[in-house]
Write a protein that binds this ligand. Structure first.
Ligand SMILES: Cc1cc2nc3c(=O)[nH]c(=O)nc-3n(C[C@H](O)[C@H](O)[C@H](O)COP(=O)(O)OP(=O)(O)OC[C@H]3O[C@@H](n4cnc5c(N)ncnc54)[C@H](O)[C@@H]3O)c2cc1C
Length: 695
């Protein structure tokens, strides 16, 4: 049942649609006409000025009691009316005026879930580790020799994923050249390499440097498609959710959500309940838990810090949370493992043409300025928000395909909000669906959705983005009283949404695959959750052009690096046996899955590898070495932002440990003392720019 063929799936979906039709659901009909769950979030349907916020948002104070969503008076004024006399607004919802804090249970750690797979060999702690500088399973030395060949013994043991240099790239022609190392490009490269295509992936920065490390980190079915009766889309996303939990159980973790509704929300609880029944049905009841309808009392038991005044009811349900950047890295590494060459910090500057058709690209190593040509049978443009810019390399007159909108998240200390579960709620400011999501001791709040016309290279949270998010949460968790200086970190990304229209030959709600006048294939749109099935579609197209068969590889069963087993108890015991604190062991297991053994092995050889990187974070020094040897990390930011996340998770954004990280990277990459100092300065500069007071 889990591995349905495509024909079977279509029949299964038809059966579910019929069931939902037979239920005659007032529910679904209601959902359809309901001015629904995420309407304002769809950048395609509404005029742009209806989705802007909060500088322009019309605050309907009486209806939504926005006065309660205030910042603490002692803190920086953010242009809101003064607090009124409402004790809840001051965080004094209980008599006595003390702001209560709620103990937060750490749930859903992947290592705590039961094992559905047999323990892989790596689970015995057998992951080999080369000595510093050694690279036993690196890409073959002769240019291009590794293309399209699965490396002997490549799976499971001693994997070492190195960045390919220009010499290798411009050796033998590739079948497929993928531009862009976000989740889309990594997924395409993996699928293509698994089909035996000679594949090259070019990324101008780090893997996941674009939108793919700036998402809401959810792998979800997309409740909002239910109201449009786009059951096929929800069905697909829910299937992909299951698939990702199977191939990367350490990175994609089930998460329980509570969805409270207040009387002034635009969605009544019964419609939410009906929608969740349909959601569960489309997931074929294969979720960690069933949705539950919650009355006011049960809601407050589940989430005591919720605003109780006006609380109408709600529900709880399950979706999944994912480490987006690490998912990209794992996917790219799997591509390498199947023979692809992946080159980060290498930008496509121009397209190569033969007989008027795109036959490759001119690429530049952005660190050295060296240039070369990569020849390929088919070129795929998977550059997300940069998609139109790369299309113009082929056709300078190409009309825009994308209409990007910006989404911002803010990170705060979790105990300030006091939520126990992930929270879905409707912003009382404008009715948009928002999330408060747990991330260890922190929470992130997202997201905004505003039109964006600036450069895709410089997307930042603005003060109005932040204020909008904080005020929305303060309205529903009045004890939080979040203010600007409570924000630990922010991130903002561009949704590569389709502008609509155009001549795309394959369009779904979320992505389009089209071929340019000189043959480059561009993919636009998409989302993290469905990247794998989207990649299969793209590679089908490329394979047809190359005259290859359409047999799809087992991308849904072949585990990503670290995902070989979901029961990680053996690893936990090993970590404890090494005398590591429980928090450190949990951190390592949730980042590396079965590859935790690699980190532990480093520590066995050199105890310093198990020393903390930073006094306020569980990460250890061996992770830097692992990131350099196996995860294509080239810079301090690659490590601290996208591999171990200290940028988001420590107050100083990891600056304190930047010299140590640079020294460890320097040892791996052979840097001089001068280069190490430059890398530290570059990171400090990056943090300064990113954490500068938002405009
Ligand atoms: C705020 C927000 C929240 C989201 N939340 C979710 C969610 O919870 N769940 C979900 O499923 N989806 C979510 N999404 C959608 C999802 O994140 C994106 O659809 C996805 O990450 C896009 O990936 P991509 O690979 O297409 O683009 P990107 O990740 O942007 O990758 C494109 C890459 O191309 C590179 N590039 C550009 N030009 C060149 C060049 N000339 N040469 C070489 N490389 C180049 C860039 O450096 C970049 O790394 C969210 C999106 C946003 C903005």
């Amino acid at each position: 049942m889990e591995y349905l063929e495509r024909g079977d799936e279509a029949r299964e979906l038809a059966r579910l649609e019929e069931m939902l039709g037979l239920l005659g659901t007032p529910s679904l009909l209601a959902l359809r006409v309901q001015k629904g769950l995420h309407e304002e979030q769809s950048a395609r349907r509404e005029p742009r000025d209806q989705v802007t916020h909060p500088a322009t948002v019309k605050i309907i104070e009486d209806e939504n009691r926005i006065k309660n969503a205030e910042v603490r008076p002692r803190l920086r004024e953010v242009g809101d009316p003064a607090l009124d006399g409402d004790p809840e607004a001051r965080g004094e919802r209980a008599a006595g005026g003390e702001r209560r804090l709620v103990a937060i249970e750490q749930r859903h750690r992947p290592a705590e879930r039961g094992g559905e797979h047999a323990v892989a060999p790596a689970a015995r702690g057998d992951v080999e580790h080369p000595h510093p500088g050694a690279n036993p399973v690196s890409v073959p030395a002769e240019p291009g020799a590794g293309l399209g060949e699965r490396r002997a013994g490549g799976h499971g043991h001693g994997r070492s994923s190195r960045r390919a240099g220009l010499d290798r790239l411009s050796g033998a022609p590739a079948d497929l050249l993928v531009i862009g190392g976000g989740i889309t490009g990594a997924g395409v490269a993996r699928d293509a390499a698994m089909r035996g295509l000679r594949t090259v992936l070019i990324e101008r920065g780090d893997l996941a440097a674009g939108t793919s490390s700036r998402s809401s980190r959810l792998v979800h079915g997309g409740l909002r498609y239910l109201e449009q009766r786009r059951l096929g889309l929800v069905f697909e996303a829910l299937r992909e959710r299951r698939t990702l939990q199977r191939i990367a159980p350490h990175l994609v973790r089930p998460l329980e959500f509570v969805f409270p509704l207040h009387e002034d929300d635009r969605l009544p609880p019964w419609k939410l309940a009906a929608g969740l029944v349909a959601y569960d049905l489309l997931a074929q009841f294969r979720n960690v838990g069933r949705p539950r309808i919650l009355g006011k009392r049960r809601l407050l038991e589940a989430e005591p810090m919720l605003r109780d005044r006006g609380l109408a009811g709600g529900a709880s349900y399950y979706d999944a949370q994912c480490d987006d950047a690490r998912l990209v890295v794992a996917t790219a590494r799997s591509a390498i493992d199947h023979g692809a060459l992946v080159s980060t910090y290498t930008a496509v500057r121009a397209l190569a043409l033969r007989d008027g058709r795109v036959s490759g690209a001119e690429v530049e190593d952005v660190r050295t300025g060296a240039r070369g040509i990569v020849e390929a049978g088919v070129v795929v443009n998977a550059t997300g928000p940069w998609g139109d810019a790369v299309r113009r390399l082929e056709d300078p007159a190409a009309a825009p395909l994308l209409r990007p909108t910006k989404g911002t998240h803010v990170v705060v200390e979790r105990e300030r909000i006091g939520h126990r579960h992930a929270i879905t709620f409707l912003s009382p400011l404008d009715g948009r669906v928002m999330f408060v999501l747990p991330w260890g001791d922190l929470s992130y709040i997202g997201t905004t959705d505003t039109d964006y016309a600036g450069s895709a290279d410089d997307v930042r949270a603005t003060e109005s983005d932040i204020v909008y998010l904080l005020r929305s949460v303060n309205a529903r968790f009045p004890g939080a009283r979040l203010a600007l200086d409570d924000v630990r970190a922010t991130w903002a990304g561009l949704r590569p949404l389709l502008a609509g229209g155009g001549s795309e030959s394959s369009v779904s709600r979320e992505h389009a695959i089209l071929e340019g006048p000189k043959g480059m294939i561009t993919v636009a749109g998409g989302k993290l959750t469905t990247y794998r099935s989207m990649a299969a579609e793209i590679v089908d197209r490329a394979a047809a052009r190359l005259g290859r068969g359409r047999t799809r590889p087992a991308t849904d069963r072949d585990p990503l690096p670290g995902g070989e087993a979901s029961d990680l108890e053996t690893f936990r015991e090993r970590g404890h046996g090494l005398g590591l604190p429980a928090a450190t062991v949990t951190h390592i297991l949730s980042h590396y899955g079965t590859e935790s053994a690699g980190i532990f092995n480093l520590g066995t050889n050199d105890r310093a590898m198990l020393e903390p990187l930073h006094p306020a974070h569980p990460a250890v020094q061996g992770e830097v070495v692992h990131a350099a040897r196996r995860e294509l990390a080239q810079t301090v930011a690659d490590v601290l932002v996208r591999r171990v996340h200290l940028f988001y998770e420590t107050r100083d954004h990891g600056v304190r440990c930047a010299p140590r990280v640079a020294a460890l990277l320097g040892r791996e990459h052979g840097w001089s003392a001068e280069r190490i100092a430059e890398e530290v300065a570059a990171y400090v500069g990056f943090v300064g720019r990113e954490s500068a007071a938002p405009a």
